[in-house]
Design a protein around this ligand. Structure first.
Ligand code: NAD
Length: 404
């Protein structure tokens, strides 16, 4: 770990714009834990109030302890006042960059957010983009900064952690650093050197694609597994038995994932950002979307052949987008709920982690009221659930096979 060169003309080391979010907050906490003075700027007043009092607004394993230590040690504060942007030598932007309802990226999201605090940007700062951006956004921000007429370096250093593993991965994953000047490389490198020794240098254009390629690749891998699952299942065969068998002592196939809902706020939208960037010429990305987004429809269709769904109550176990998470953003469990609401008598939903959906019921109630249970998020709690009701488990967390 290297020490950060303090700049006496700034009150603190780092400000994180969008710093109460799933990526911004763990990052802010990590820097504070490594001795930096950090301010979080966010437009969400509820989240800012929680963070200010040392409370995490969402689940992130091990982060609560770090946050409390940083806030009580006065190394981290949170505010809705954009004026805080002027106080730090390093300004990191990590706001959300979703696609819209037509799957179009919003190329102006970052510059729009920055416009709200542009008057607080000062000579001598480095502006580090950390959101996953549409290719070309770094150059757009560089132009915006140039128009301000101030001496501010720009770098793009994409976040690569997975939610739920932030407090480990921030300190272990190599950091991609991209910039155009040696000075910007060195400043961004020194800052991230507080967290991790491994660093990879790229141009901004390379780094923008590197991040999108990473997520698209992962999304396509999940789609491949899901398609293979459907092929096996349609023939009455258990995909998981085949997958486990073919991987035995065969490293070339060790990265074949199991079947399951591939959802959440990143993989689909980043695959679609890449598609838009390539003039919608991304057949494999679009096919991956059709397969992954089609899996809930496939499951209900298969179940409809076996059960009289119209007369049944169905329970959905797990509403988060992945196991162990409380995050429901772009969760396919909700798509499944919509489909089942149309074709069944009643749908009940439960999730031990999700706190944002008042319609959820306790697990025992859902199990008791339902004729059929479907695991939609593979929370560990369901692996050992004791019930005589049929349980659909395409993740195989119960070890009872994945045939539907
Ligand atoms: N979630 C992940 O696992 C993950 C992993 C790697 C990269 N990313 C990328 O990181 C970025 C952020 O994702 P996230 O999941 O943290 O999103 P998020 O929605 O959880 O957090 C974004 C935060 O930005 C705040 N915000 C929005 N507009 C703002 C503005 N104008 N000024 C100040 N604050 C503002 C929001 O209130 C929110 O707290 C995205 O580009 C995403 O693709 C996410």
């Amino acid at each position: 770990m290297v020490a950060l060169q303090r700049d006496a003309s700034f009150e603190r080391d780092v400000v994180v714009i969008g710093g109460c979010g799933h990526v911004g907050l763990p990052l802010a906490i990590a820097f504070a834990d490594r001795g930096a003075t950090v301010a979080v700027y966010d437009i969400n007043p509820d989240a800012v109030a929680q963070v200010s009092s040392g409370v995490l607004p969402f689940d992130e394993p091990r982060a609560a302890r770090f946050l409390l230590r940083a806030v009580s040690g006065r190394r981290l504060c949170a505010t809705t006042d954009p004026g805080v942007v002027a106080t730090a030598a390093h300004v990191i932007v990590v706001i959300g960059t979703p696609v819209d309802e037509h799957l179009n990226p919003d190329q102006q999201a970052i510059t729009r957010a920055l416009a709200g605090c542009a008057r607080y940007l000062r000579d001598g700062q480095i502006l580090i983009l950390r959101s996953t951006v549409y290719p070309g956004v770094t150059a757009l921000v560089e132009k915006m900064v140039a128009r301000l007429g101030r001496s501010i370096e720009v770098a793009f250093c994409p976040e690569r952690i997975a939610e739920g593993q932030a407090m480990t991965e921030l300190f272990e994953l190599p950091q991609i650093i991209s910039a155009r000047t040696e000075a910007a490389f060195e400043r961004a490198g020194a800052l991230f050197g507080l967290l991790t020794a491994g660093q990879v240098r790229m141009t901004p254009e390379e780094a923008e694609l590197a991040k999108l390629f990473t997520n698209a690749w992962r999304y396509i891998k999940f789609a491949t597994a899901n398609q293979l699952y459907m092929i096996a299942n349609d023939r009455g065969l258990d995909f998981e038995r085949i997958r486990q068998g073919l991987m035995v002592d065969y490293p070339r196939a060790a990265d074949l994932p199991g079947a399951g809902f591939a959802a959440g706020p990143c993989l689909l939208k980043d695959t679609m950002q890449l598609a838009a960037f390539n003039n919608n010429n991304f057949a494999i990305g679009h096919t991956a979307m059709a397969i992954n987004e089609g899996l809930p429809l496939y499951l209900v269709d298969r179940l409809g052949r076996r059960y009289d769904l119209g007369s049944m109550a169905v329970g959905i176990l797990g509403m988060a987008f992945k196991g162990g998470s409380d995050d429901t953003r772009s969760s396919l469990a909700y798509k499944l709920k919509g489909i089942l609401t149309f074709v069944t008598d009643t749908v009940y939903c439960t999730d031990p982690h999700v706190t944002t959906d008042p319609t959820l019921l306790p697990l025992e109630d859902v199990v008791e009221k339902s004729d059929l249970l479907i695991i939609a998020a593979p929370h560990r709690e369901y692996a050992t659930l004791d019930t005589d009701k049929p349980v659909v488990d395409i993740w195989n967390i119960r070890g009872e096979g994945v045939r539907v």
